[in-house]
Design a protein around this ligand. Structure first.
Ligand SMILES: C[S@@+](CC[C@H](N)C(=O)[O-])C[C@H]1O[C@@H](n2cnc3c(N)ncnc32)[C@H](O)[C@@H]1O
Length: 263
């Protein structure tokens, strides 16, 4: 079995310490690191001093390097026998176009591996003391994207089913379409009084949590000028959040404590 030449590595969100040990080892061994915008940038200091670092970062509604170019770049570099780490924010398999990139690498006959990462949804919940599931209260978790590739709120989702879903809904890429996402849910029957949070810059020192009932969360987020990246979490267990920032679990070394807007 040949050694993987391309490693798709999840960097985790915001906090450089959220990468796995395996991901970190591969990052340190890589000849070339091809990374997205939403990675904790201090992680790049872990790369070998001689490694080539290529930023193919995308911002919302704007692609720095088209996807086909990213695919072509990975293949070209790996074909020269150089070990590539394709570093992606969060988990490489969650809203990260992993399938397309794997297809390109596999079509070129190059060995690859995927190293999971902590995705924004689970990191956001953990850092806010929210359990995404809870016996008798939430046995389903849905990860959905609020907007499509063009930045518009997606009509492809089964909104009535989402509104009915018992349990927790987490929306990625929800900042720009937050109002529409909420109204799609509420007009289809989701209770506007359900507890919700929008968590911005999960894992980073500037992390912020905006908390409000679902029906008010878009207004509160707008007042707080929440920007991307952020996730919306709504569901019955959000009410039972045990904010670790009020306890002793949050490490002082992480710098500023997250601000909480609302209650
Ligand atoms: C293209 S998706 C990438 C998701 C990533 N692969 C993951 O598993 O977290 C980008 C979206 O992920 C969410 N996201 C990523 N990093 C985040 C962070 N540090 N804080 C809050 N949301 C984040 C936001 O909803 C953002 O719009």
């Amino acid at each position: 079995v040949s050694e993987p030449l391309v490693s798709f590595v999840g960097a985790g969100p915001g906090d450089p310490e959220l990468i796995t040990l395996k991901g970190l080892r591969l990052l340190r061994e890589a000849d070339v690191v091809i990374h997205d915008r939403l990675i904790p940038h201090t992680l790049l200091a872990e790369a070998h001093p001689g490694a080539e670092i290529i930023d193919v970062g995308k911002s919302p509604r704007q692609h720095c390097l088209p996807q086909v170019e990213i695919n072509r770049l990975m293949v070209e570099v790996a074909r020269r026998g150089r070990r590539v780490v394709r570093l992606k924010g969060g988990d490489p398999a969650v809203f990260a176009r992993l399938a397309e990139e794997i297809e390109a690498v596999a079509a070129a006959g190059l060995p690859f591996e995927v190293v999971p990462g902590v995705t924004a949804a689970t990191a956001a919940a953990a850092l806010a003391g929210i359990s995404l599931t809870e016996r008798g209260r939430a046995s389903t978790v849905v990860f959905a994207t609020g907007t499509d590739h063009s930045g518009r709120v997606t009509t492809a989702l089964d909104w009535p089913a989402l509104a009915r879903t018992e349990g927790t809904l987490v929306f990625y890429m929800a900042v720009h379409g937050l109002e529409t996402v909420v109204s799609m849910l509420v007009t289809r029957g989701r209770h506007p009084g359900e507890p919700a949070v929008v968590i911005e810059h999960v894992g980073a020192a500037c992390e912020r949590v905006v908390a409000a009932p679902l029906g008010e969360i878009a207004d509160r987020a707008r007042e707080a000028v929440v920007t991307s990246p952020a996730v919306l979490i709504t569901g019955p267990t959000v009410a039972f959040a045990q904010p670790p920032w009020n306890g002793r679990t949050r490490r002082a070394s992480r710098g500023a404590r997250p601000s909480i807007v609302g209650s």
